[in-house]
Design a binder for this molecule. Structure first.
Ligand code: ADP
Ligand code: MG
Length: 567
């Protein structure tokens, strides 16, 4: 063959390699994700180039990725018949880190004392190809550019230098051969020669890659006969990447089952694509039934993040607020590094924009159900209403949208529920507030002495019995310009004297207060440990007395809630 050249890695590359090999990654499995992702990009590029350049003599009839294991040599090879690299491209792309800002970033990584900080910094650029050195002590890459004559062999142990050699007879495309380090579970090094392990990693990270990922497998049957066949390891079915009009309900359902392990059909599906400066696709589902652990502290958010069909992480909290933790699905962002970390996502302005948009879409889908199919909406609210109301506390941007969705029991209908909108439409002339009473159960609230005057006057009162109700009514304060008023707090005067009666009513009130002054004084003194004040009220019709909170006091349920939380 031709002569072997030895070249030095660029200084920054050497530093990065050292970081990759020693320490940063606890999850070594991701090397395969990186190599498959590169192969997939190379196949995309070849297809595109063959479409735009009719002179390019390239065979695109069977674009695919092949994984090959050689147990004797202890090698794993990732091969593609994609675009390949010329010698110069190889030196540029693999031998140097062209990305701007890399040097500065490496400085910071070196200075950062703890591993977590380093990891978070490293997530700002792709480790990509170099991750091969986490699992291999030597890597051989053979490549030939489509349309190019000669092929090139590149080899390195990832220390300071790499070898280059021109080679004849290579097919178009690239193969990366990893000379694997011995398996070492303490070091997070699995047996990457094992078929099951390879299958597992492909399934987890690369299942939706659009090109087939093939592997030769051997099966030995009961009679001891071995058969060889080639398996495709990935499903390739990234539903979210297809136009909505081309996906059937059955396919959505199947996909939902696959990611949620829920056998019921989802209650609603949101499928969207965003174009422009930050491209992404999202396919989200609202389940029909709440999971049993919806209110446990460990409940994870149900949205997975992909980058160009490569799985990055589960329960991506940066993409979905806590109160929408029941939403399941996938977001595929095109312009993120495969190594992006949770910390970086949390700080990313564009990701925050994506999250806002997704929240809007999900709440919009619920709103649509409310308008179009009241019965299904009622079921949905019974499953997720309590969680959605947490949004009234967490997410000020969505208050208006959430208030439109709130459904509550009310004195208007002994069985059913009402929306705030419907309540407002029924409000009496001159009624300026939306009245509510909180309590533990509907029956307890209905039988409360506070209700009497309101029932007598025919005012509707909302019956709020979820613990979270106590909190959001305080936070929100008003709907559509109407105050939310607890009938158990402060002075709720139903007998606002009309003009003209003013003096009479005032005189009547003064007279009654005088009549009862001695009793009130005695009661206030006798109950001084229990209440702040005893006063005459016009709010009762049949009960003799009731306990009223100060306008800014906690309600009894809220007090109980805080006490239960140990505060
Ligand atoms: P990234 O994929 O983020 O660009 P990598 O380190 O994974 O970073 O790869 C560096 C570059 O090397 C790629 O951008 C690509 O141009 C080239 N490359 C890597 N693997 C292949 C491959 N299998 N075929 C063609 N080019 C490749
Ligand atoms: Mg890459």
């Amino acid at each position: 063959g031709s002569s072997v050249e030895t070249l030095e890695f660029q200084a920054e590359t050497r530093q990065l390699l050292r970081l990759v090999i020693h320490s940063i990654y606890s999850n070594k499995d991701i090397f395969l994700r990186e190599l498959i992702s590169n192969a997939s990009d190379a196949l995309d590029k070849l297809r595109l180039e063959s479409l735009t350049d009719s002179d390019l003599a390239a065979d695109t009839s069977d674009l695919h990725i092949a994984l090959e294991v050689d147990p004797d040599a202890r090698t794993l090879t990732v091969r593609d018949n994609g675009i390949g690299m010329s010698r110069d491209e190889l030196v540029d792309l693999i031998g140097t880190i062209a990305k701007s800002g890399t040097a500065g970033l490496l400085e910071k990584i070196k200075e950062s004392k703890d591993a977590a900080a380093a990891q978070s910094l490293i997530g700002q650029f792709g480790v990509g190809f170099y991750s091969a050195f986490m699992v291999a002590d030597r890597v051989t890459l053979r490549t030939r550019r489509a349309g190019g004559e000669a092929g090139t062999r590149w080899e390195s142990d990832g220390e300071g230098t790499y070898e280059l050699q021109a080679v004849d007879g290579l097919p178009v495309g690239t193969s990366v051969t990893l000379h694997l380090k011995p398996a070492d579970s303490e070091d997070g090094l699995a047996d990457y020669l094992a078929e099951w392990k390879i299958r597992q990693i492909v399934k987890q990270y690369s299942d939706f890659i659009r090109w087939p990922i093939r592997m030769a497998t051997e099966r030995t049957d009961a009679e001891g006969a071995t058969t060889r066949e080639t398996d495709t390891l990935n499903s390739m079915k990234a539903l979210w990447a297809r136009p909505r009009s081309e996906v059937t309900e059955a396919e959505y359902h199947e996909f939902y089952q696959q990611i949620s392990h829920d056998w019921l059909e989802p209650a609603a599906t949101v499928h969207m694509r965003a174009e422009g400066t930050f491209e992404y696709e999202a396919l989200l589902f609202i389940p029909a039934q709440a999971p049993f652990d919806l209110f446990s502290r460990e409940t994870k958010r149900g949205v997975q993040l992909y980058v160009k069909r490569v799985f990055i992480m589960d329960d991506c909290e940066a993409l979905m607020p806590n109160y929408l933790r029941f939403v399941k699905g996938v977001v595929d962002a095109h312009d993120l590094s495969l190594n992006v970390s949770r910390e970086i996502l949390q700080q990313d302005r564009q990701i925050r924009g994506v999250r806002r948009r997704l929240v809007k879409k999900v709440l919009g889908a619920i709103k649509e159900m409310q308008t179009k199919d009241a019965e299904r909406y009622a079921t949905l609210w019974s499953q997720f209403g309590r969680v959605l109301k947490e949004g009234l506390i967490e997410d000020a941007d969505s208050t208006d949208a959430l208030l439109e969705l709130v459904s509550a029991a009310s004195t208007h209908d002994p069985e059913g529920t009402t929306t705030l909108r419907a309540y407002v439409e029924r409000m009496k002339d001159g009624q300026d507030a939306i009245y509510y009473l909180t309590g533990e159960t509907r029956a307890m609230v209905e039988n409360s002495p506070h209700m009497e005057a309101f029932a007598a006057k025919g005012y509707e009162v909302l019956i709020l019995t979820d613990p979270v109700d106590e909190v959001w009514v305080e936070q929100v304060q008003a709907f559509d310009g109407h105050r939310l008023q607890s009938i158990a707090k402060g002075q709720v005067d139903l007998d606002e004297p009309a003009d003209g009666d003013d003096q009479d009513a005032g005189a009547e009130k003064a007279r009654r207060e005088q009549d009862f002054a001695a009793l009130l004084q005695w009661l206030t003194a006798a109950l001084s440990e229990q209440v702040k004040q005893v006063r005459l009220s016009s709010r009762l019709t049949t009960s003799a007395a009731c306990i009223v909170g100060d306008a800014h006091d906690m309600t009894p349920t809220l007090e109980k809630m805080y006490r239960a939380m140990g505060q």
